[in-house]
Design a protein. Structure first.
Lengths: 556, 547
C-alpha cells in the first residue's frame, strides 16, 4: 500500500475543503470570534499592566490606589481563559462535524456503489479513507481555519491602537504590515515545500518499511533479514539527507518572518527609548509617555503572534489537502434508481429468467438468452467452467447488477426487492461474538435456536468449550476458524433466518471432506424447508444431488 | 509508563543529539525572555531618565549597550529558532529510522505465523500508526518539559537577585504550572486518549466488516442495520475525541490563566519591593516581562500531553508484538548430510480440524514428489512443517536426519528453498529482488534465471535492465509475472531441497507448461516437493501423494 499520487488537482481539493467547511460555518465563526476575544483580552491585560507600572513609577501612586486596576486584571485573565476555552471547544466541534459529514458521505457512496464496485479496491483501502484520511482533516478545521480569521483582524486592531498611541511607531509596524501578505505567501510556499518534501519522503520510507514487514517471511526464507535492515537504514539516511537539503532553504522563509518580528520589536524598543529620552525632536515622539511606550512594546510581539501561530498550523493544511486527494473523489450518492418496470405480471412463487443477456467487457456475451424457471423447495446448481459467468448470474439474481437484456424476476418482483441470503466464496464473519454473527440475519433468534443450529453443523463444541459461550469472540483467543468452520458458521446464520432464497458461490470449494459432507447435507435440508437454494459450483457431489442443473458451459 | 521505557532506550542512544536539540530549544526560549525583559528595562529606564532630565537635572544614560543587547537577542532568537527547527527535524528523521529498524529487527526474529494470527493482516496498518505515534516522543513529550523547567529555574533565579521571597513563590507557581500542563492532562486524559485509540480500531473493523460483508448484508436487507452499528462506533469515537478535546481546551486555558496570574502576583510583590526600595522601576518591569515571555515554553505542553494515553497505547501494542519473540537458539554448524527428507507419521490440524493423519514419505537425493489436494487440505501446512515454520505436533520431519531448526533462523532455513503460496516482490530493483536469494550472484546468473522464467525479454526491454525498479511506482508486473520473478528467485537460490507451493499460481496453462519443461531440466539433481491442485499443470511420471 503505497502513498499514491492521485489525479485530483489541487484546485479541486481546495474547493472540496471549502465546501466541506460550509457545513460548520457557524461554529467556525464562533471559534474565530472567541479567538479574537482572546486577542482583545490580551491587549486589555497588557494595557492594564502598562498602566499600573506607569501609575506606580511615574505618578507615585500608593498600593491601595492600584488595587482596582489589579482586580480588573484578574477579571480580564478570567475572561481571556473563558474565551480561549470557548474558541477551542467550538473549533473542535466544527471539526467533529466535518468529519461526521465526510463519514456519512463515504457510507452513502459505499451503499451507492454496491458490493461489486466497492470490491475494486481493498477493504483496507476503503477503511483507511473512513478512518485515517478523515481524521487527517481535523487540524485544518480545528486549528488552521479559525486561526486564519484571527490572523486577518487581531493585528489590525493592534495596529490601530499603536497608531493612536504614536503614529511613527504605528508606521514602523505598518511597514511590516504590507509585508504580512508577503510573509504569508512566503511561509505558505515554504511550508508547502517542506510538507511536500517531508510528506513525500516520509511516505516513501513508511512504504518501504511496510513493504519489508509484509515480506518478512520471504526475507526470513532467504536469511536476508539483516541485510534488509541495513538497506532500510541506508535508505532512511539517503532520504534524510535529501530532505534536510530542502528543509534548510524552506525553513528560511519562516526564519525571515521571525527575523522581521524580532527586528520590529528591537526597532520599536530603541525608537521608544530614544523618543522618551528626547533624542528625537520631531513627530509624535515628544508626546511619548512611559505608558504609551511600554504598551507599544508589549503589543509588538502580539502583532506578529497570530501569524506565527498560523505558520505553525500550516502543516495541518497540507495534511488536509493530502487527505482531500483521496476523499474529494467520493461519488456523492444519488437517489436510488427507480423501480424497473416488469412487462408481464410474473408468477409470484418462482424465480424466472427469460431471454437473459449480459456482456462483460473482458469476457464478452455470457448467457446468450438464458431461460430458466426455479421453484421453492428446489436445490439448483449453476455449473460451468471458470469465467462462464456463474458468479455473475448469482449477482444478477441478487440484484447487485442488472442484465443487459431480458427479464429476471424473483418471486414476482425485481431482483433485490426481497431479502435473500447470500454466501460468498469466502464466508463473511463479523468482527464480534458468535452471537453477533448468528443474529446478523435474525436478531430475534434465541440461545437455544442458535445452539441447535451450531450443533447441526458440528460447531457447538467450540462454543461450549469457551466459558463465555455464545458471547466469546469468533476467531480470537482459541485460534482461528478454518475455512470450513467459517463456511459452516455462515450457513448456520442462514439456517436461523427464514429467508426464502439462498444464493451460494462455490460453497464447497475450500472445504475438508467432513465439512463438505455437512454443507451439502445442509443445503438439501434448506431446500426441504421449501426454500429456493441456488449454488454456483463445479463440485460433482453437489451437482449429483441437485434438482436442477444449469450448465453455463453447455449453453455457450 | 513502563511501556515507554524500551522506546526511550532506543531514543536515548542518540544522547548527544537530544541534548543539543534541547539546548537549542532552550536557547530560543531564553533569547525571547531576554529580549522582552531587556526591552522593558530599557524603555522604563529611558522614561524615568527623561523625567529626571525634564526637571532640569542633566544625567548621562547609555543607550548603546542596551540597544546592542536588544538587537543581539533579537538576532539570537531568530537564529537559534532556525537552527533548532533544522536540527530537530534531522533528529526526528533519525529517530524514526531508529524506531523502525529496532522494531524490524525484533519482528524479523518472530515466526510470522504468530503475527498473521492477528486479523487479516490489519496489524500492519496499526503497526505503522503506532510507530508514528512514538516518533513524537522526544520532540513533544521529552524535551519540552525539560526546557520549560530549566527556563523557569533561570527566570526564578534572576528574580531571586532582587526579590528572594517572590522568587520562591514564583518557582513554586511555575512548577505547579509545569505539573498542570504535563502531568494533569496526561493523567486525566489517559483514559480518553486510550479510548480514542481503541474506538478508532473498532470503527476500522466495523468498516472492514461492512465492506467485506456488503454482498451478504445487502442481499438480506441488513446493510442499513449494520451501517447503524458502524455509525455507533463512529459516535463513540467522536464522543471520546470531544471529551479529550474539551479537557485539552480546559487545561490550555488554565495554563495561560495561571501564568498570567503568576505575573500579577509577581507584580503585587514587586510593587511592595519597589515601595520598600528593594528594586528599581526598570528592573521590576524587566522581571515582569521576562516572566510573561515564559508563555512560549508552556503553550504547547497541554496538547502534547493530552495525547499521552494514545502514545502509551501505541507503545503497549508494539511491546505486545515483541513479547511474541521466540528465544534465539544458537546452533553449531554441522557438516550437511546427504539431502534426504523424511516425514514419518505426520499429522496436522488447524483450528481443531484434522488436515491429514499419519502421513509418511521419504525422498532421496534428486527425488521428486508431487503432493496434490484441493485448497484448505493442508498442503501449505505440510510445506511449513518441512521448512520448520510450523512446529510438528505428531510424527517426525527429518532433513538430513535431523528435525528442522526453529523458525526463524538468522540465515534462513538451511538447505531449503521454499516458494511459498503468497510471494512478496519488494519495491526495489529486479536485481535486488533476485539477489535476496543469493547475494553473491553475478549478473549473468541473474539473466539466466530470468531467461528460465521467460522474464528476460520483459526486463531487457526496459531501459535500466536489471536495475529496473519494480513494485510501487516502478515497472508494472502482472500477478503472473510477479509469480515468475519469485520463481526465478528460488531457482537462483540453488538449494538442494526445494519446496514449490503451487508454483504456477496465476499463470495461464501454456506458459505453465513451457515453464514446466524448464523446471524439469533444472531440477534433475535436486530434491523437490511440489504442492498443487489436481487440476494444475503437474510434472508427469512422478510419485504423487493425495491429501
Amino acid at each position: 500500500m503505497a502513498i499514491t499520487e492521485t489525479e485530483v488537482p489541487l484546485r479541486e481539493r481546495k474547493i472540496w475543503l471549502k465546501q466541506l467547511g460550509q457545513s460548520s460555518r457557524t461554529l467556525q465563526r464562533q471559534a474565530a470570534l472567541a479567538g479574537s476575544l482572546v486577542g482583545l483580552a490580551t491587549i486589555a491585560q497588557l494595557a492594564l499592566l502598562a498602566w499600573v507600572i506607569t501609575a506606580l513609577l511615574i505618578n507615585q501612586k500608593t498600593f491601595p490606589a492600584l488595587l482596582p486596576a489589579l482586580a480588573l486584571m484578574l477579571a480580564v485573565i478570567v475572561l481571556r481563559a473563558l474565551a480561549q476555552y470557548w474558541q477551542e471547544a467550538a473549533a473542535n466541534r466544527a471539526s467533529l462535524g466535518v468529519r461526521s459529514l465526510v463519514r456519512k458521505q463515504l457510507l452513502a457512496s459505499w451503499a451507492h456503489l454496491g458490493p461489486i464496485n466497492t470490491a475494486q479496491q481493498s477493504a483496507a483501502n476503503h477503511a483507511s479513507q473512513l478512518i485515517d484520511q478523515t481524521e487527517a482533516l481535523d487540524g485544518y478545521f480545528a486549528r488552521f481555519l479559525p486561526q486564519l480569521q484571527i490572523t486577518l483582524w487581531v493585528p489590525l486592531v493592534i495596529l490601530l491602537l499603536v497608531f493612536w498611541l504614536d503614529w511613527v511607531a504605528g508606521l514602523l509596524l505598518l511597514m511590516s504590515a504590507p509585508l504580512i501578505p508577503v510573509f504569508m505567501a512566503l511561509v505558505g510556499m515554504g511550508a508547502d515545500r517542506v510538507n511536500q518534501q517531508h510528506f513525500a519522503s516520509l511516505g516513501r520510507l513508511a512504504g518501504q518499511f511496510l513493504d519489508r514487514i509484509r515480506g518478512l517471511t520471504t526475507l526470513q526464507l532467504f536469511g536476508q533479514t539483516r541485510a534488509a535492515k541495513e538497506r532500510l537504514g541506508q535508505h532512511s539516511d539517503e532520504y534524510r539527507l535529501l530532505t534536510m537539503k530542502t528543509l534548510r532553504i524552506a525553513f528560511l522563509s519562516s526564519a525571515v518572518l521571525e527575523f522581521f518580528a524580532a527586528v520590529a520589536i528591537a526597532m520599536l524598543a530603541i525608537y521608544i527609548g530614544f523618543g522618551l529620552l528626547g533624542y528625537i525632536s520631531w513627530g509624535p515622539s515628544v508626546d511619548l509617555t512611559l505608558f504609551s511606550g511600554l504598551l507599544i512594546l508589549l503589543l509588538a510581539p502580539e502583532f506578529f503572534q497570530p501569524l506565527r501561530t498560523l505558520a505553525q498550523h500550516y502543516h495541518d493544511r497540507a495534511a488536509a489537502l493530502g487527505a482531500a486527494a483521496q476523499l474529494a473523489g467520493i461519488a456523492v450518492a444519488r437517489e436510488i434508481r427507480g423501480e424497473e418496470t416488469i412487462t408481464e405480471k410474473p408468477a409470484d412463487n418462482r424465480l424466472e429468467l427469460i431471454d437473459l443477456h449480459r456482456t462483460l467487457p473482458d469476457r464478452g456475451e455470457l448467457y446468450g438468452g438464458l431461460n430458466a424457471r426455479f421453484e421453492p423447495g428446489q436445490l439448483v446448481v449453476i455449473s460451468g467452467p471458470t469465467g462462464s459467468g456463474k458468479s455473475t448470474l448469482l449477482s444478477l439474481i441478487a440484484g447487485f447488477q442488472a442484465p443487459d437484456r431480458g427479464q429476471l424476476t424473483v418471486f414476482g418482483e425485481t431482483p433485490g426487492k426481497h431479502p435473500l441470503a447470500w454466501l460468498s466464496q469466502r464466508p463473511f464473519l463479523l468482527f464480534g461474538s458468535w452471537r453477533d454473527n448468528l443474529q446478523l440475519l435474525s436478531p430475534e433468534a434465541s440461545d437455544a435456536q442458535m445452539l441447535e443450529a451450531l450443533s447441526q453443523l458440528g460447531l457447538s463444541k467450540r462454543v461450549q468449550q469457551s466459558p463465555q459461550g455464545l458471547d466469546s469472540p469468533v476467531g480470537e483467543g482459541g485460534g482461528q476458524l478454518s475455512g470450513g468452520q467459517a463456511q459452516r458458521l455462515a450457513l448456520a446464520r442462514v439456517m436461523l433466518s427464514s429467508l426464502p432464497l439462498v444464493l451460494l458461490d462455490e460453497p464447497t470449494a475450500a472445504l475438508d471432506p467432513d465439512s463438505r459432507d455437512t454443507v451439502i447435507g445442509l443445503l438439501r435440508v434448506l431446500a426441504d424447508e421449501q426454500r429456493l437454494v441456488i449454488a454456483a459450483t463445479h463440485d460433482p457431489a453437489l451437482i449429483e444431488i441437485a434438482d436442477q442443473v444449469i450448465d453455463l458451459g453447455g449453453s455457450q | 509508563m513502563k511501556a515507554l521505557f524500551p522506546w526511550i532506550r532506543v531514543i536515548a542512544r542518540r544522547k548527544g543529539r537530544l541534548v543539543i536539540g534541547a539546548l537549542l530549544m532552550l536557547g530560543t526560549v531564553l533569547a525571547a525572555v531576554a529580549l522582552l525583559g531587556l526591552s522593558g528595562w530599557f524603555i522604563t529606564a529611558t522614561g524615568l531618565t527623561a523625567l529626571v532630565m525634564a526637571v532640569g537635572i542633566s544625567t548621562y544614560f547609555d543607550v548603546y549597550v542596551p540597544g546592542a543587547g536588544i538587537r543581539a537577542f533579537a538576532l539570537t532568537r531568530t537564529i537559534s529558532r532556525y537552527l533548532e527547527r533544522l536540527y530537530n527535524h534531522d533528529t526526528i528523521l533519525r529517530l524514526l529510522a531508529d524506531l523502525r529498524l529496532h522494531l524490524f529487527g525484533q519482528l524479523s526474529q518472530i515466526n510470522p505465523n504468530r503475527l498473521s494470527r492477528q486479523r487479516s493482516g490489519q496489524w500492519l496498518n496499526r503497526l505503522t500508526q503506532d510507530v508514528d505515534a512514538l516518533d513524537n516522543l522526544y520532540l513533544r513529550l521529552l524535551a519540552p518539559p525539560i526546557v520549560a523547567l530549566i527556563s523557569s529555574l533561570v527566570v526564578a533565579g534572576v528574580v531571586a537577585i532582587w526579590l528572594p521571597k517572590a522568587a520562591a513563590l514564583l518557582l513554586i507557581g511555575l512548577i505547579g504550572l509545569l505539573i498542570l500542563s504535563t502531568w494533569v492532562p496526561a493523567r486525566s486524559g489517559a483514559r480518553f486518549g486510550r479510548q480514542v485509540g481503541e474506538t478508532i480500531e473498532q470503527l476500522r473493523w466495523h468498516g472492514i466488516d461492512h465492506l467485506q460483508g456488503m454482498a451478504e448484508l445487502k442481499a438480506a436487507h441488513k446493510e442499513t442495520a449494520h451501517a447503524q452499528r458502524l455509525w455507533q462506533a463512529h459516535e463513540s469515537l467522536q464522543s471520546n475525541q470531544e471529551k479529550l478535546a474539551r479537557l485539552t481546551a480546559l487545561i490550555n486555558s488554565l495554563t495561560s490563566a495561571l501564568l498570567a496570574l503568576l505575573v500579577v502576583i509577581l507584580l503585587v510583590l514587586g510593587i511592595q519591593g519597589y515601595l520598600e526600595a528593594a528594586l528599581s522601576g526598570p528592573v521590576l518591569v524587566m522581571l515582569l516581562l521576562a516572566t510573561l515571555a515564559l508563555t512560549e515554553a508552556f503553550a504547547a505542553l497541554p496538547k502534547a500531553f493530552s495525547q499521552f494515553g494514545h502514545t502509551l497505547l501505541a507503545a503497549e501494542r508494539l511491546n505486545e508484538l515483541q513479547e511474541e519473540l521466540t528465544p534465539q537458539q544458537v546452533t553449531g554448524l554441522e557438516q550437511p548430510y546427504m539431502p534426504i527428507l523424511v516425514c514419518r507419521n505426520l499429522s496436522a490440524s488447524r483450528g481443531g480440524e484434522r488436515l491429514f493423519d499419519g502421513l509418511s514419505f521419504q525422498l532421496e537425493l534428486g527425488g521428486w514428489l508431487v503432493i496434490t489436494g484441493p485448497s484448505g487440505r493442508g498442503k501449505s501446512s505440510l510445506a511449513s512443517l518441512i521448512a520448520g515454520m510450523n512446529t510438528v505436533d505428531e510424527g517426525d520431519v527429518l532433513i538430513h536426519g535431523k528435525p528442522p531448526e526453529p523458525w526463524p533462523q538468522v540465515d534462513g532455513p538451511e538447505c531449503i528453498a521454499w516458494l511459498t503460496q503468497e510471494t512478496q516482490i519488494f519495491s526495489d530493483t529486479v536485481a535486488n529482488n533476485l539477489l535476496l536469494a543469493k547475494p553473491e550472484a553475478t549478473d549473468r546468473q541473474l539473466w539466466e534465471v530470468l531467461e528460465w522464467v521467460e522474464l528476460a525479454d520483459r526486463v531487457e526491454q526496459s531501459e535500466r535492465g536489471l536495475d529496473t525498479w519494480v513494485g510501487d511506482g516502478g515497472l508494472p508486473l502482472s500477478g503472473g509475472e510477479q509469480r515468475r520473478l519469485a520463481l526465478a528467485r528460488i531457482l537462483l537460490q540453488d538449494a538442494p531441497l526445494v519446496l514449490l507451493d503451487e508454483p504456477f499460481r496465476g499463470l495461464d496453462a501454456t506458459t505453465a507448461e513451457r515453464l514446466m519443461l524448464q523446471l524439469q531440466h533444472w531440477g534433475k539433481d535436486r530434491t523437490l516437493v511440489w504442492f498443487a491442485h489436481e487440476q494444475s499443470v503437474l510434472p508427469v511420471g512422478i510419485q504423487q501423494i493425495q491429501l
